[in-house]
Write a protein that binds this ligand. Structure first.
Ligand code: ADP
Ligand code: MG
Length: 284
């Protein structure tokens, strides 16, 4: 994929995330844990099934954090807790000093936590541009449907959101299909559209659930470029992924889950060579 595209993305992201541009609080009020997005000893049960058991993870701004483990080990559940789709049975989700454990998805969006889905969830009959803009509108807290149906009569603020969404789409390599209906995109294009939609929220953290799933090696390289660009702009990236070569190559730190428990956390080389990780996952 062209470097020109990722350069455009870099330029667009240089207008820092909204939340990050707010003036810093006085040092005395600065949260001890800085601006990390953290899961602290979280457990999540579904009926009798303990999908997560006392798991902790800290996602730092500007880092790519891998989350790996066998199917059913709780990766998506943890992502759902961090993004507010689920609430923990016990434990806390925190962003800096704020306890987000009970906060709805909308609140996560407002503080800058965005996500993509393991199976892309797009509005199939809307265009690529409209889907991406909806990410920004969520951030702007506008009425979802009201705004959608008002598309032909967009105001100045909306126009700016549209322009920015278009830039982001160029940046992820979708500049040539802005007006195509989302259901006509191929699988990889849908995945990149989900990323652009998440970025339209101006997130500080983006949580990607198996973004490389179903992508060709070439498309995975493009994804790596996009993720590095996000990282370079200070966004913290949580990467849930089964392509372990890709994970170990691109991540700063990696956490491994197995049946709901954290079995290893550390630098890629430490995790890759850990006998327990090899036994339950990598060697399988
Ligand atoms: P992974 O993403 O690592 O494959 P998940 O987090 O999706 O794993 O699932 C972890 C466990 O929790 C699995 O046993 C799964 O069946 C269960 N689970 C996940 N979500 C739900 C849910 N909404 N209701 C019931 N069980 C769930
Ligand atoms: Mg999953």
């Amino acid at each position: 994929m062209s470097t020109a595209a990722t350069n455009a993305l870099r330029a667009e992201l240089r207008t820092a995330p909204a939340a990050a541009r707010e003036p810093a609080p006085p040092a005395a009020f600065a949260p001890a844990q800085g601006d990390e997005l953290r899961a602290v000893d979280v457990s999540k049960s579904f009926g009798g099934l303990k999908a997560l058991d006392q798991v902790s993870l800290a996602l730092r701004p500007g880092e790519v954090h891998g989350l790996i483990g066998p199917n059913g080990s709780g990766k998506t559940t943890l992502l759902n807790l961090l993004s507010g789709y689920y609430q923990p049975t016990s434990g806390e989700i925190r962003l800096g000093g704020e306890d987000l454990s009970g906060a709805p998805v909308r609140r996560r969006a407002a503080v800058g936590v965005a996500r993509t889905f393991q199976k892309p969830r797009l509005l199939p009959m809307l265009s690529v541009l409209e889907n991406a803009v909806l990410g920004a509108w969520t951030h702007a807290q506008a009425g979802f449907l009201a705004t959608t149906f008002a598309l032909p009569r967009v105001g100045r603020e909306d126009r700016e959101l549209m322009d920015r969404a278009a830039e982001l789409l160029h940046g992820v390599g979708l500049g040539h299909v802005l007006h195509r209906r989302a259901n006509l995109l191929d699988h990889a294009e849908q995945r990149f559209l989900e990323i652009a939609r998440a970025l339209a929220m101006r997130p500080r953290f983006i949580l990607l659930d198996e973004p490389a799933g179903g992508l060709t090696p070439q498309e995975i390289e493009h994804l790596a470029d996009v993720i590095r660009t996000l990282q370079g702009s200070g966004i913290g990236v949580l990467l849930v992924e089964h392509h372990t070569d890709f994970v170990f190559r691109i991540c700063d730190r990696v956490t491994t889950l197995n049946v709901g428990r954290m079995i290893r956390h550390g630098l890629p080389d430490e995790v890759r060579n850990d006998p327990e990780v090899i036994r339950v996952y990598l060697g399988a």
